[in-house]
Design a protein around this ligand. Structure first.
Ligand code: ZN
Length: 82
């Protein structure tokens, strides 16, 4: 007697393949070199060490953010005037 149950394999969930590597996005805070306010920002650590320009959340002036990181971990972060 043949059992059809053997043909039923658990299928991999299609959602798993499309999951974003959220742990690459690290929440941190930087201080604005213009107005001195500290605000939260999210760093994409998947690209490793990098520098980018980000507008201050308080005074909207551009901040040069230089990040030392590995995917998933921030080692240091520095903000300055571009
Ligand atoms: Zn500011």
């Amino acid at each position: 007697m043949l059992s059809m149950e053997r043909a039923q394999r658990p299928k991999p969930s299609p959602e798993k393949a499309t999951l974003l590597p959220m742990h690459y996005l690290q929440q941190t805070s930087i201080d604005c070199p213009w107005c001195g306010e500290i605000f939260d920002t999210t760093i994409d650590t998947s690209q490793g060490d990098h520098e980018h320009i980000e507008d201050c959340a308080v005074c909207c002036r551009p901040i040069s953010v230089s990040v030392e990181c590995e995917p998933g971990e921030i080692f240091s972060i520095q903000s300055g005037r571009p």
